[in-house]
Design a protein around this ligand. Structure first.
Ligand SMILES: NC(=O)C1=CN([C@@H]2O[C@H](COP(=O)(O)OP(=O)(O)OC[C@H]3O[C@@H](n4cnc5c(N)ncnc54)[C@H](O)[C@@H]3O)[C@@H](O)[C@H]2O)C=CC1
Ligand SMILES: O=C([O-])CC(=O)C(=O)O
Length: 271
């Protein structure tokens, strides 16, 4: 049975643990790790059937077949190279870290060298399947427009550096327009989806991103427009935010669960 280790025991890590615990994902939840040990232990004791051990990152990587990174972009730099060098497959949630070209090329090279898989779930957006298909013939443009309630954007480096008083906004306000490369640095916990879209499509410099704060919203809304040789498509998802972390949409955790189920399933549906 596939042994899974989870690094980052917040909302997404917790939802994956519960899906393994309930038997929805047919794998062994072998180990947990979090920079807050008490958070990982609390999660472990809340489970009904699984008894994962708490391990430091290095020990966890040595002990499992697949590492789930559900921590932060900074954690990716530390965890993913070690995991690939140890021969582990890795599922990455903090995809924005891959905007760094040097890191991206190093990690893709290590995956190839060690014959490991890197999995990037679709996360909080819909349409990655369409981008994957469209790329086969050529894509001319990709834009992502993300709208979140101000509470979901609090603390983002861009907001802090520009002194934006989110709590005072009374109407929909465009905070940022730029490339996906700039967006994931400006909003590292808000638009990892821009990185996944970039990897699937035309890269971090050609993918355009708009981030909007809207006090009338209670959902995280992501719209993608793609044009290319195939024609054009637009997707829109209105995500319920997680109750624990308003930055993260529930669909992002479901997407991670679905990716794990897909890699374990002999029947593959969808692109
Ligand atoms: N790909 C996508 O579509 C999406 C990606 N995300 C990203 O996924 C990641 C997880 O999201 P959530 O579960 O909502 O976050 P969360 O904030 O609820 O949980 C993150 C956990 O990771 C731990 N952590 C942070 N840095 C760590 C490190 N260096 N080593 C070990 N543990 C560390 C924290 O203590 C926390 O318990 C975040 O980076 C988030 O931005 C979130 C939503 C969508
Ligand atoms: O969960 C979401 O709506 C998107 C998100 O935070 C991210 O991509 O980092």
């Amino acid at each position: 049975m596939l042994k899974i280790g989870i690094i980052g025991c917040g909302f997404i890590g917790g939802q994956i643990c519960r899906a393994i615990d309930s038997g929805e994902i047919d794998a062994e939840l072998y180990a947990l790790c979090d920079s807050s040990e008490s958070k990982a232990l609390e999660l472990a004791t809340s489970l009904k059937t699984c008894r994962p051990a708490y391990m430091k990152i290095e020990e966890l990587i040595r002990s499992v077949d697949l590492v789930v990174e559900s921590a932060s972009q900074n954690a990716v730099r530390f965890i993913v190279p070690q995991a690939l060098q140890a021969g582990c497959n890795v599922m990455v949630l903090s995809v924005g870290a891959f905007a760094d070209k040097e890191l991206r090329e190093t990690l893709f090279g290590l995956a190839k060298q060690h014959n490991c898989k890197l999995y990037f779930p679709s996360g909080a957006v819909v349409g990655i399947d369409g981008i994957n298909s469209a790329r086969a013939a050529g894509i001319s443009s990709v834009t992502l427009t993300t709208r979140k309630p101000p509470s979901g954007l609090m603390g983002a480096p861009y907001v802090v550096e520009h002194g934006i008083e989110l709590e005072k906004l009374e109407e929909e306000t465009v905070l940022f327009e730029g490339t996906a490369s700039e967006a994931v640095k400006a909003f590292p916990a808000n638009v990892n989806v821009a990185a996944t879209i970039s990897l699937a499509g035309i890269g971090f410099e050609r993918t355009k991103v708009k981030v909007i704060a809207d006090p009338s919203l209670s959902r995280n809304v992501h719209e993608i427009t793609v044009e290319g040789e195939f024609g054009k498509f637009c997707t829109r998802v209105e995500n319920l935010p997680s109750p624990d972390n308003p930055k993260t949409s529930y669909l992002a955790a479901l997407s991670a669960i679905s990716t794990l189920k897909k890699l374990l399933n002999p029947v593959q549906i969808g692109t």
